[in-house]
Design a protein around this ligand. Structure first.
Ligand code: DC
Length: 229
């Protein structure tokens, strides 16, 4: 059985960490869709283009070829043949990704790339519109949240681990701004699908969150650890 699991929600809720761990346990592929928007953001930045200018951003899209590969135990995005690596993981690229993602041409550009993967292989895919737009037929849909303070704290730790110096206040402000744009945009906003399970993991450990998701997958699909392919 082809398994499609969608995890949506705001930044810092732990979507990627949880999804990666669940994918490993189930033996399926983890797809980080935010990385695609970040890569477009990187290209737009490199072309000194205003990410809020839809026409200018749309004009750049024909020059972009994106590829997702699974290497070194994880997802790698290639932009015109170049592995983007950590260049897309900066706070600046978080901002660029969110800004370009409001434009319908950008969302259309990435639609098939995301759907094609889930058609061919069992996936757990994280993003903002996976349960609503990309995989409306996913067997399991989760809308993951945590309190803003808890999410900002996690994001702070993540950034500091990468050697990016920042303050809690700066991260919280940037996160709130990004969440408001992602959930308030006209097209494919970050909202829960009608059939999504709301999961607030404030104060929970990674292990508890992963167990919760695995139990939900078992309940919805009958599939448990080691059984998926
Ligand atoms: O998940 P992330 O922080 O890497 O995502 C970066 C931005 O990309 C996010 O602020 C909004 C956008 N995004 C989106 O619009 N739809 C998705 N499915 C994933 C990300």
């Amino acid at each position: 059985m082809l398994l499609n699991i969608a995890i949506d929600g705001p930044g810092g809720a732990g979507k990627s960490t949880i999804a990666r761990a669940v994918a490993k346990q189930l033996g399926i592929v983890y797809v980080d869709t935010g990385a695609l928007y970040r890569t477009i953001g990187l290209y737009v930045r490199r072309h000194d283009t205003d990410p809020a200018d839809m026409d200018a951003v749309a004009a750049l899209l024909p020059g972009i070829s994106l590829e997702i590969k699974y290497e070194d135990g994880g997802q790698q995005v290639y932009l015109n043949g170049e592995r983007v690596g950590d260049a897309i993981r900066t706070p600046e690229m978080s901002h660029y990704a969110s800004a370009v993602s409001v434009h319908p041409p950008v969302r259309n550009f990435l639609l098939d790339t995301q759907r094609d993967i889930a058609r061919k292989t069992s996936v757990i895919m994280d993003g903002r519109d996976i349960g609503t737009v990309i995989l409306p037929d996913a067997q399991v849909k989760i809308f993951l949240t945590a309190s803003p303070e808890c999410r900002a704290e996690r994001r702070c730790l993540e950034l500091r681990e990468k050697g990016i110096d920042t303050t809690f206040e700066a991260v919280l402000a940037e996160m709130n701004e990004r969440d408001a744009r992602d959930s308030g945009r006209a097209v494919a906003p970050a909202v829960a699908a009608n059939d999504a399970v709301h999961f607030d993991n404030t104060g929970m450990t990674l292990e508890q969150s992963v167990d919760y998701v695995l139990a939900l997958v078992k309940e919805k699909t009958g599939v448990s650890v080691g059984e998926a392919k």
